[in-house]
Design a binder for this molecule. Sequence first.
Ligand SMILES: [Zn+2]
Length: 170
Amino acid sequence: MFCPNCGLKMRQTKGSYHYTESGLSNVVLTGVTIRVCSCGEKMPVIPSIEGLHRAIAMGIVKSKTPLTGEGIRFVRKEMQLKAVDLARLLSVNKVSISRWESGKEPIGHANDKLMRLFFMREMEEECKQMLRYEVRPLLENISYKTYKAAQIKIPMDKLKTGALTGPPLC
Ligand SMILES: [Zn+2]
């Protein structure tokens, strides 16, 4: 594999990677193979973007900190919804969606929780099985004292094979 930046041969290593390509500032992939170049270029080796993004979206909806703008946008896109469609589903104005996603306005507790349940339910419909996850402790323990998102760690070497290659989370 040659560096897309300078053309030199890249070496391979294993470690953690701050996955900002996701559009999220708080996602770290651990145990991931990384291609490294002496020019500074770094690229993670991701077997399935689809599977990884599904795992990240699950990480977002399971986090104990409120959904942030970038988190809302990520989950919405995972559900393949346009902002206008999400607005219709939540019975809010589409301007609200763009204000939430740009961080100009917090989503509000009820819509925060609804987004999470909505995503999990859609996963279940897609996988035709129940997620083994209890929602009550999650909903009870979200702390709305801070609007800074907790870090989401995705253990790439521990994700079950299906999550990265087959139908995600099924
Ligand atoms: Zn290079």
